[in-house]
Design a binder for this molecule. Structure first.
Ligand code: NAI
Ligand code: MG
Length: 346
């Protein structure tokens, strides 16, 4: 644990700006006096692209490497063609900084609404592979725009990439009380990648006899997320499956306004990046309706990653207490940020 945090901040677009301001407010309130917080803001996202045509210039990519961590709001706007910022900024960062663990915890807090009947206990974490699968840009199109167009999008899976994320998931499962790890894939159809994932999952599992294991096809997993979410503890899965499953997980645990994530490089070779799962929400930007809780919980993940466990727990407890007090009633972005900052400081 360092006595200073040198944080890069990318507020981004839309509500990204609004929620990051609250996340920083809570971070400043929770840190002990003797921990020095330095922040540098990076102007990246849709506005920058409109102004200069740049998404993530090399100079800024280099500068970002010098930080201990990155806090990101959200990137994207309907005025930018789909894929430009996702590929040119978000995915570029995840790949360049080798964020091979995409960590997405899902917890149903007391007094938050869930569409699920009977209020099951939900407390699981998805470890989504972050650097491979169908997201590598390995594809192309031929005869583009003609009736004879051909498009490929190849899913890349390496034994190296799968083993390191599977190993990370076993470590996380072994450290949790229930010690259960579920592999989600689709190895009855995607036989090449699926069998490699399963073989590596079984092989690494022999080193973790204390962890109970399970396997589910992704389609079955969507059923159990709704009918039996309490069966999950830690889930490890492919990049695309993890993307989709974690939106569903957010929907059953109080909504996208609460879903936090970390793009983690466990080796520490590059800074890890923490961000809410949601996007820039242009439909509510500027109205004060954005819930900053997902960003605040992402700050907690960041603190835990940097070794500030006590402060991370303090934030999570504050969120639980605040949600209980809110009891489903509307609070503005600022008001939630102020309430959480007051609780963690107290
Ligand atoms: P979105 O997550 O921005 O919004 C989906 C719905 O959830 C909207 O109705 C929105 O109002 C609501 N919502 C989202 N966050 C909320 C919050 N904190 N509090 C209350 N309500 C919230 O997803 P959408 O609309 O598909 O995408 C909008 C833009 O964001 C697009 O340009 C997309 O590419 C980008 N995006 C960026 C992401 C990122 O930066 N990591 C992730 C997802 C989308
Ligand atoms: Mg997504």
């Amino acid at each position: 644990m360092s006595t200073s945090i040198n944080l890069a901040v990318i507020p981004g677009d839309g509500i990204g700006q609004e929620v990051v301001a609250q996340g920083l407010k809570v971070l400043a309130a929770v840190l002990p006096q003797d921990v020095k917080l330095e922040t540098r803001e990076y102007d990246l996202g849709a506005q920058r692209w409109h102004r200069t045509g740049e998404t993530l210039p090399d100079g800024e990519l280099e500068a970002l490497k010098d930080h201990d961590a990155i806090l990101l709001g959200a990137i994207g706007d309907p005025s930018v063609p789909s894929g430009v910022l996702e590929r040119g900024l978000l995915l570029k960062l995840r790949f360049a900084f080798d964020h091979y663990v995409n960590l997405r915890p899902s917890k149903l807090f007391p007094n938050t609404a869930t569409p699920l009947a009977g209020r099951p206990e939900i407390d699981f974490v998805v470890v989504r592979e972050g650097t491979e699968g169908p997201y590598t840009g390995n594809g192309g199109s031929l005869r583009t725009g003609t009736p004879a167009e051909v498009a490929t999008e190849v899913s890349v899976n390496t034994a190296y990439g799968v083993e390191r994320v599977v190993r990370d998931a076993y470590e996380r499962a072994a450290a949790r009380p229930r010690k259960k790890l579920t592999l989600v894939h689709k190895n009855n159809v995607l036989v090449y990648a699926g069998h490699m994932w399963k073989n590596i999952f079984d092989k690494v599992g022999r080193e973790y006899p204390q962890v109970a294991t399970d396997y589910l096809h992704v389609d079955a997993a969507t059923i159990f997320f709704v009918t039996q979410p309490e069966r999950f503890d830690v889930i490890v899965t492919d990049n695309l499956f993890g993307d989709i499953l974690t939106d569903l997980a957010a929907a059953v645990t109080g909504g996208i306004g609460l879903a936090a994530s970390g793009n983690i490089n466990p080796t520490g070779a590059f800074p890890s990046m923490f961000e809410p799962v949601h996007g820039s929400a242009p439909d509510i930007a500027g109205t004060g309706k954005a819930d900053p809780t997902a960003t605040v919980l992402s700050v907690a993940l960041m603190l835990r990653h940097l070794g500030y466990e006590e402060q991370a727990v303090r934030i999570e407890d504050a969120v639980a207490a605040d949600l209980a007090e809110r009891d489903g009633t509307f609070r503005s972005t600022d008001r939630i940020g102020d309430a959480l900052a007051a609780r963690v400081a107290g």
